[in-house]
Design a protein around this ligand. Structure first.
Ligand code: G3P
Length: 211
């Protein structure tokens, strides 16, 4: 039930780590581009801030190109780097080649067929895009639920991504996700509730009352 922060922004990851509830960091090419820095610099910075696993998504390309990038990055952060690859034939081939020595995550999963192939390739994590599937008219939490059944015989674990609200996070966990990754904004929202705010206001009012 580990919680990951989905971010490539060092300041944001620092704030997330200070909460004391984050296990690791997931990144993707969009988040890296938004940081305005090179991927190698981002991963180096994040690994200084977070002692847990850091997920780096290799750039799409041939298996050989992805393999070269995966080896370079995992050599810089042995034990802690998880190689993320999109669910493509080239990506699956990469996982089958390095999955035993380097943990791999197959990402952008939307079907059970993709889940099955990722497990057969040797993925350590399978990453469904939960909210994106629901936005496209599908059933994100429903996918997670059936993924959990299909992977029961494998060693892969479900890391649910594309979670846009506290409710998305809870639905993914309730549907059987082993782990979740979410933006810091969503993680911060998870601590809040209207009734909590009202209780706090009552506590504050009581403190202000003359004794
Ligand atoms: O980290 C990948 C995933 O969370 C992206 O999802 O829905 O924002 O495209 P989405």
């Amino acid at each position: 039930m580990a919680l990951f922060v989905d971010s490539a922004d060092a300041d944001e990851v620092k704030r997330a780590m200070e909460l004391g509830v984050i296990y690791g960091v997931t990144t993707n090419p969009i988040l890296i581009a938004r940081s305005g820095k090179e991927a190698r610099q981002v991963i180096a910075e994040l690994s200084e801030i977070c002692p847990g696993p850091i997920f780096h998504q290799v750039a799409a390309g041939s298996t050989e190109e992805m393999l070269a990038e995966a080896k370079t990055f995992s050599a810089r952060l042995p034990q802690r780097l998880v190689i993320k690859v999109p669910c493509t034939l080239e990506g699956l081939r990469l996982v089958s080649q390095i999955g035993e020595e380097t943990p791999c995550a197959v990402t952008a999963i939307f079907t059970l067929a993709q889940t099955y192939l990722a497990c057969q390739a040797g993925a350590r994590y399978v990453i469904p895009y939960v909210n994106r599937l629901t936005r496209a008219g599908g059933d994100g939490p429903g996918l997670v639920k059936t993924m959990r059944e299909i992977i029961s015989e494998s060693e892969a674990e479900i890391l649910a991504a594309s979670l846009k609200s506290p409710q998305d996070v809870v639905s993914a966990l309730f549907s059987g996700a082993h782990h979740v990754t979410a933006p810091l904004k969503v993680i911060e929202e998870m601590a809040k509730d209207q009734l909590t705010a009202e209780a706090l206001a009552e506590f504050a009012a009581a403190q202000d009352e003359p004794s």
